[in-house]
Design a protein around this ligand. Structure first.
Ligand SMILES: Cc1cc2nc3c(=O)[nH]c(=O)nc-3n(C[C@H](O)[C@H](O)[C@H](O)COP(=O)(O)OP(=O)(O)OC[C@H]3O[C@@H](n4cnc5c(N)ncnc54)[C@H](O)[C@@H]3O)c2cc1C
Length: 386
């Protein structure tokens, strides 16, 4: 596997073990991911196994969670996405977008109830922030909660929600109209409550190995005990997104690496004009550029891990890595596809599947444009969002 500047040497035994376990898991347990992509199905049978292997929020502590290093967590995301972005998305949502906020902002009862179940894959979670009319600007959300007796009634609709149709619990971000200033709060909504529906979005041409849906709330009641007590305002969802974007910055490297390895192998085997196409300068230039870009992205991901471990990671740094590494994977998956010629447009090879997936990864968790604006703001001090 491509490791051009010998980053492997910096890994400790636990980090290698987690990476190798994930690599083995995707090779042996996921089955034919190309078939899943064509069918538009997620291999739900592997969720509990992912839990048993500690793939959900392994960088958190307590509640049976392994508290591994941020590098180990990143390597895990990299291996899952080398298989398919859908697999990494399932784990990212469960870990970084559902378990992380419960861990960071939940009550003891919420932690006791949900973290062990989500950690083992016994329960599945989803994160409801995006709405039909509010994607890049979630602070304009219309979903609201109003106090009712000893709880809240929620009304509104969330869309493009990963895992929603298979989720037991949705973390829904909504404005609390009963409080001064309508602050955004996080509500843990069990999906079997009256007034909650989670229809599936079908016919996606990207991230097909992922279950995506809506969370529609029609006057749905949740008790007060289901509100995350530890956070108020957009800081709540945005802090979760920083965690998930960190995993994406690593994951995208995995997808690009898989494209590189596929293209390198294909070019070495495939002969035209009497020799392997890898022997032509034009193809070598593509491999050289691909390896260079992947290596630069790997270095950025590893540096983020060190900063995160030291508690010095800033959200705009994560934006830079998400923006760069996903754009890199989007571009390089296209080059890899090109190197495979006609065969490259089939599901027998991974590059076009990764290429299609990258359209989602480029768009969700803050579009490429939005990360440009976050960086622009950080670099100049001038917000240019509106
Ligand atoms: C498969 C999939 C899974 C997803 N999973 C989840 C999930 O689990 N939970 C969740 O809450 N959301 C999820 N999302 C939603 C995702 O986060 C949004 O699609 C994303 O934030 C963009 O919002 P939008 O689609 O409404 O696009 P819009 O915000 O309408 O943007 C459209 C275009 O306008 C550009 N644009 C917007 N504002 C500006 C600006 N100020 N300046 C310049 N350009 C701008 C954007 O970059 C984009 O190119 C998912 C999306 C997909 C496709």
């Amino acid at each position: 596997m491509l490791d051009y500047v010998s980053l492997e040497g910096d890994l400790d035994a636990e980090e290698r073990l987690i990476r190798d376990t994930a690599r083995e898991f995707v090779a042996e347990e996921v089955g034919d991911v190309g078939e899943h992509w064509l069918d538009g199905t997620f291999p739900t049978g592997v969720i509990e196994e992912m839990g048993e292997l500690g793939f959900f929020a392994p960088n958190l502590d307590g509640y049976g969670l392994p508290n591994v290093s941020e590098t180990a967590y990143g390597l895990l995301m990299q291996e899952l996405e080398a298989c398919d972005s859908g697999l990494r998305s399932m784990a990212s949502v469960q870990g970084a977008l559902v378990m992380y906020p419960i861990h960071a902002y939940g009550s003891d009862e919420q932690k006791d109830e949900w973290l062990p179940r989500l950690g083992t894959g016994d329960a599945v979670g989803c994160f409801g922030l995006t709405e039909p009319e509010h994607g890049s600007n979630p602070s304009a959300m219309e979903t609201y909660a109003e106090r009712d007796a000893d709880g809240y009634r929620l009304t509104g609709s969330k869309t493009w929600i990963t895992n929603a149709p298979i989720a037991d619990v949705a973390l829904v971000w909504a404005r609390d109209r009963s409080a001064e200033g309508d602050p955004v709060r996080g509500f843990l909504v069990e999906t079997d409550r009256d007034g909650v529906s989670t229809g599936e979005i079908t016919d996606k041409l990207s991230l097909r190995v992922s279950v995506t849906g809506e969370v529609v709330l029609d006057d749905a009641f949740v008790p007060e005990a289901n509100v995350l007590p530890g956070v108020e305002g957009m800081q709540g969802p945005l802090s979760c997104l920083t965690q998930a974007r960190y995993g994406i910055a690593w994951g995208a490297v995995g997808a690009a690496r898989d494209c590189f390895e596929t293209a390198r192998e294909y070019a070495t085997d495939r002969e035209q004009f009497g020799k392997p196409i890898a022997g032509f300068q034009l193809q070598q230039e593509k491999l050289a550029e691909m390896a260079t870009q992947i290596t630069l992205a790997q270095l950025l991901a590893h540096r983020l891990a060190d900063l995160k471990e030291a508690g010095r990671l800033r959200a705009p740094q994560v934006s830079m890595a998400k923006r760069n590494n996903v754009a890199m994977a989007r571009e390089q998956s296209r080059v890899a596809r090109e190197m495979l010629g006609g065969n490259g447009i089939t599901a027998d090879y991974s590059p076009m599947r990764h290429m299609a997936n990258m359209e989602t990864v480029y768009t969700y968790e803050g579009t490429h444009d939005i990360h440009s604006l976050i960086l622009g703001h950080d670099l100049t001090g001038i917000p240019a969002f509106e």
